[in-house]
Design a protein around this ligand. Structure first.
Ligand SMILES: [Zn+2]
Length: 699
């Protein structure tokens, strides 16, 4: 292993040879010597992971490459395919419209290819780069030349739009706003997403056309931020730039990018008068509580986790663990959503709150988790999963995988329609009738992907969904020295190598999350001993593990990884049975909004009641559930693209006739019985506009 002057991080250049590590400079010289050059398609093939921790010293495992696993049908396979076939292409079409709130139009104008004015919102460029990240992630598996061409075409535009010094942000370049004049201009958010997208594009295509743009961006950012200008300490709003430069360091090996990532983490909160809205009131290392904008928080915490993975600075991990405990103990919805407030004041409890610190799209006070007015922006929920994924990487603790899975199946999937082309921005747990007004960014139905999103709307969530679904199979597995980790279950294949180069192939056969039986067949394994680490979810009781048909006597505590270490041969089968009981959940009683109510879960899925499933004339608020009711789980293949519904006998109580009064006498109890049907929360609002509730009063 050679490195370049201690400033270069070793990178892999051979997809088949994980042990082969040489410096970027050596790669350059080798490619130039063979005539391949560094521009255009080459045999260059570094790590293809979304988060490349293959040389990070402070992680428990490394994520797999985008092209070393795939879903094969099943729950996620269907969604991956829908994403490829519908979501990614229709999103590109709408983002080509000059009247969409995030549009490639601005980049084309900045590149001088067309005449026009800037249109949309400040963060539209970042959303364009997220589309490229989604496309590259799809391309990693399907190698579609048309997708490759589309990416190259827009990357050429981006390269032309980039200023000679490396800066790029069309909302500034095409207007008279001026660089770095207002942190709400989102310049770092945009450039941060460019960096991440460029790294992934480079990893899966081997091309450097986008990476070259990214390096110019990052070099420019180094010149601006390395002096640590006080006036820019809290720039910008959502710090996707930290993840971006950290990943660029992992891609190029250039340590100045890691230094810059550390500077971005340290600067935030370092100056007086910062706001919780931007996570800028208290430096991260001193932070005690989750406050302010939930996407900004998640992106900052993801970036700090990336920095910790490289530096091992304990103060960062301590802060992240404190914040995780705060979020999961009193500020997260049962769906994994994280943002109680549309608008309000910061609910920081450990410091004086005067003067009022206004926040929006933000964490609320501890246990303040309203359902109808929950914000739960899709980007915040996905950010929560990204953060938990990184915490899992750093610690190997299954509790983080549980939250990640909770988000994926519930508050992430609720944001995209079953046809793959309409989106929710906010993800409340209660939707009332049409006479009850909505708050900002709420909508009765998901926004369609076929017509432009207006500039008052925000297109940040759709490409976040597209990229995450395209990458989801890489969240399912990990590898460490002699271990394969399985974090998520779903029908599919894994065909990868352990860090030492030994090949491992396995097949998962399962109907998860509808059924808890998971069969893992070893197709190829190293000759030496190897461990399989299987996640035992926190929600499961009495799981059963069989190895080649023999029941294992190992303890399988919930929220852990079960390790099976042995010599393996092709044809060995591990079977995990995760009983999927219907479970009634309640909140901590300090959550006033859900007192005396229950939510229903089965496996990782949160269920809801939608008025479409109620008999005519029965109001959603009149339904009561018996705590000891018997439940039936039944799969309906023709309902909502195939869902397992939950049914029970429930009671319907009489409603007052004075429905508009704020306070009224309780009517005499008259309870009827109905057969109640619940559907998975993610599938609500796919049969037209509806009323819906996750929490139901319990008798
Ligand atoms: Zn968003």
């Amino acid at each position: 292993m050679k490195t370049n002057q201690n400033t270069q991080r070793p990178i892999r250049i051979c997809s088949a040879g994980y042990a082969l590590r040489i410096s970027p400079m050596t790669v350059a010289l080798a490619l130039i010597a063979t005539g391949a050059g560094l521009v255009g398609t080459s045999s260059f093939a570094a790590s293809k992971a979304v988060v490349d921790t293959s040389a990070s010293p402070n992680v428990k495992f490394r994520p797999i490459d985008l092209d070393t696993a795939s879903w094969v049908g099943g729950f996620w396979g269907d969604r991956w395919e829908l994403n490829r076939r519908v979501t990614v292409p229709t999103m590109k079409q709408v983002m080509e419209l000059p009247t969409n709130s995030a549009t490639f139009h601005n980049l084309r104008v900045a590149a001088g290819e067309i005449q026009g004015k800037f249109f949309g919102n400040n963060w539209g460029d970042g959303d364009c780069y997220k589309w490229i990240e989604a496309a590259a992630s799809v391309y990693a598996l399907n190698h579609d030349p048309e997708l490759d061409r589309q990416m190259d075409e827009i990357i050429a535009v981006i390269a032309k739009a980039q200023a000679p010094d490396g800066y790029i942000s069309t909302q500034i370049q095409l207007t008279d706003k001026g660089r770095w004049t207002n942190l709400n201009h989102h310049e770092l958010y945009n450039m941060g997403h460019l960096l991440t997208a460029a790294c992934i594009h480079h990893r899966v295509t081997g091309k450097t056309n986008f990476l070259n743009v990214a390096r110019k961006v990052a070099d420019y950012l180094c010149t601006v931020f390395e002096p640590r200008p006080k006036e820019l300490a809290h720039f910008c709003f959502n710090p996707s730039n930290i993840m971006g430069v950290a990943e660029l360091y992992r891609t190029t090996g250039d340590k100045k990018y890691l230094r810059l990532a550390g500077i971005f983490v340290t600067m935030r909160g370092s100056q007086p008068d910062g706001s919780d809205q931007q996570q800028a009131k208290v430096p991260l290392r001193m932070e005690q509580e989750a406050v302010g904008h939930a996407v900004t928080a998640a992106y900052l915490w993801c970036g700090a986790a990336d920095v910790y993975a490289e530096t091992g600075e304990q103060a960062l991990l301590d802060a992240l663990e404190r914040l995780w405990n705060d979020v999961t103990s009193c500020k997260m919805y049962i769906t994994g959503g994280t943002a109680a407030l549309h608008h309000g004041e910061s609910q920081r409890v450990r410091l004086k709150r005067w003067p009022i610190d206004s926040v929006h799209e933000a964490f609320g006070a501890p246990y303040q988790l309203p359902n109808r007015t929950a914000y739960n922006e899709t980007c915040a929920n996905i950010g929560n999963a990204m953060w938990n994924w990184r915490m899992l990487l750093l610690t190997g603790e299954a509790k983080y995988a549980d939250i990640m899975e909770r988000v994926f199946y519930n508050s992430m999937l609720s944001a995209i329609g079953l046809e793959g082309k309409d989106y929710f921005y906010s993800n409340p747990l209660r939707r009332c009738g049409e006479d009850v007004p909505l708050l900002n960014n709420d909508s009765r139905a998901r926004w369609p992907n076929t017509t432009p999103a207006s500039p008052v709307h925000c297109f940040c969530c759709p490409p976040s969904l597209a990229r995450t679904i395209a990458q989801l199979h890489t969240y399912a597995y990990g590898v460490s020295a002699d271990t394969v980790w399985i974090h998520l279950y779903g029908a599919g294949r894994l065909d990868t190598q352990l860090p030492g180069g030994d090949a491992i192939q396995l097949t998962q056969t399962t109907d998860y999350p509808w059924d808890g039986k998971i069969s893992i067949r070893i197709e190829k394994a190293p000759e030496k001993e190897m461990a399989l680490r299987l996640r035992i979810p926190g929600w499961v009781e009495q799981p059963v593990l069989k190895i080649n048909g023999q029941v294992s006597s190992e303890q399988l505590p919930p929220d852990s990884y079960s390790e099976i270490r042995r010599g393996w041969k092709a044809g060995d089968v591990v079977e995990l049975q995760l009983p999927m009981a219907v479970v009634l959940m309640e909140s901590n009683p300090l959550v006033e909004e859900t007192r005396n109510q229950v939510a229903v879960m089965r496996g990782p899925l949160v269920y809801c009641l939608e008025d479409k499933d109620l008999p005519q004339g029965v109001a959603i608020e009149s339904v009561r559930i018996d705590r000891d009711a018997k439940w039936t789980a039944r799969h309906e293949s023709n309902l909502l693209h195939g869902v397992t519904v939950l049914e029970t006998q429930a009671r319907v109580v009489s409603q007052t006739k004075d429905a508009t009064a704020l306070y009224r006498r309780v009517p005499a109890v008259k309870a009827d019985s109905i057969l109640l049907r619940l559907i998975p929360y993610y599938a609500w609002c796919n049969r037209g506009v509806s009323e819906m509730t996750v929490w139901l009063p319990a008798l």
